[in-house]
Write a protein that binds this ligand. Structure first.
Ligand code: CP3
Length: 341
């Protein structure tokens, strides 16, 4: 099977010769060639220059046997397109002006991807020309709750008190903000599919910090609305949450075709709880990639064996961080390639 066919079949729960593999944050600072690019260009410049973003996307594919590429971009290009100022500094991203009053929403723009995101279109078109038909191309966006959390309180750095407090004290404002963001997320994902993305991943990273009832009320309905809005595209939609073990059934109820799980649950437990659908993506801890190659292989094989290799996209429990050795990534992707049913 060719990589793209294998990846799409696994997302749909169809038979495959072996599970496909790609890694969240597979482009980035753990690669010396990425760090070299970053010496000459700021992150923001790399995002907005299609030839640089395409180069960063392709770097990991030259080193490792990966079945899919994820476009080099960031979830925060969407708040930027809505009109917020976004800066990437030492302590993580900073956004402003933060949303705390209804007037702030009046100041936001409607996102027109053709006008605001031409750089992303050009990057995806270049990548599709380079990768298709053999390798899959994944587009992505932040999920509405996670993006709203960034717009209200710069996300995780301040916890979730601000966004949860807004939902309780000013439900109308919360609703209007989430409605705006959700519409923009649907637009930006549809746009990426039009530009050649084969599948779309929704990152609801910070929703994992909610209690179950909060998740059901404040985050899940908006993700479900995105899934509904994109169903007619007929391409796989992947949802990722951190701390997904606790929120597994609620996250799956969004109707996504693939649920990306972290290591708060085993694949066997997730499969048992969910039944045969959706497909699962995950869930090796990046920490394992620091171990010797034989141990990585043992853990990768044992993980795949838990679900028998069907309906599985091999990935990590969270994104690769800068200190992970590339040799560990090589060992992981090789182990997936060597797996036999
Ligand atoms: O996966 C990939 O290789 C594709 C690119 C990608 C980036 N960000 C590039 C990036 C993807 C899919 C993202 C998603 C993203 N961005 C998420 C959700 C995924 C997750 O990790 O939970 C979030 C929360 C963000 C917001 C964001 N962008 C943060 C918090 C940071 C700073 C922390 C960090 O990792 O540096 C970024 C910057 C960022 N986004 C970098 C990269 C490669 C590092 C920038 C640099 O080169 O300095």
């Amino acid at each position: 099977m060719k990589s793209r066919e294998r990846f799409l079949a696994a997302c749909r729960g169809e038979e495959v010769d072996r599970p496909p593999v790609w890694l969240m944050r597979q482009a980035g600072r753990y690669l010396p060639e990425y760090r070299q690019l970053r010496e000459r260009h700021s992150f923001w410049e790399m995002l907005r220059r299609p030839e640089l973003a395409a180069e960063a996307t392709l770097q990991p594919l030259r080193r490792f046997s990966l079945d899919a590429a994820i476009v080099f971009s960031d979830i925060l290009i969407l708040p930027a397109a809505l009109g917020l100022k976004v800066e990437y500094g030492e302590g993580g991203p900073r956004l402003g002006p933060l949303v705390s009053r209804p007037e702030h929403l009046d100041g936001l723009r409607r996102v027109d991807p053709r006008r605001d995101l031409g750089f992303l279109a050009e990057c995806l078109q270049r990548l599709a020309a380079e990768l298709h038909p053999d390798t899959a191309l994944i587009g992505f966006a932040g999920a509405p709750f996670t993006l709203a959390a960034y717009m209200v309180e710069e996300g995780p750095s301040r916890g979730l008190d601000g966004i949860v407090g807004m939902a309780r004290r000013e439900p109308a404002l919360y609703h209007r903000l989430l409605e705006m963001v959700t519409e923009a997320v649907i637009e930006i994902l549809r746009f990426q599919a039009d530009c050649g993305a084969d599948a779309l991943q929704l990152f609801d990273t910070w929703a994992g910090g909610l209690q179950r009832e909060e998740y059901q009320k404040l985050a899940a309905p908006w993700s479900a609305r995105v899934v509904d809005g994109l169903r007619s595209l007929g391409i796989p939609l992947i949802i990722y949450l951190r701390e997904s073990g606790r929120l597994l059934l609620d996250a799956a109820s969004s109707g996504c075709g693939v649920l990306s799980v972290d290591d708060t649950i085993t694949l066997a437990e997730a499969r048992r709880a969910l039944g045969p659908r959706p497909s699962l993506q995950g869930n090796l801890s990046p920490r394992v990639l620091r171990l010797p190659a034989e141990e990585i292989r043992r853990q990768v094989w044992s993980m795949i064996d838990q679900v028998g290799g069907r309906g599985l996209v091999v990935n990590l429990s969270r994104g690769l961080s800068p200190e992970i050795p590339p040799a560990g990534v090589a060992a992981m992707t090789k182990a997936v390639g060597d797996w036999n049913p």
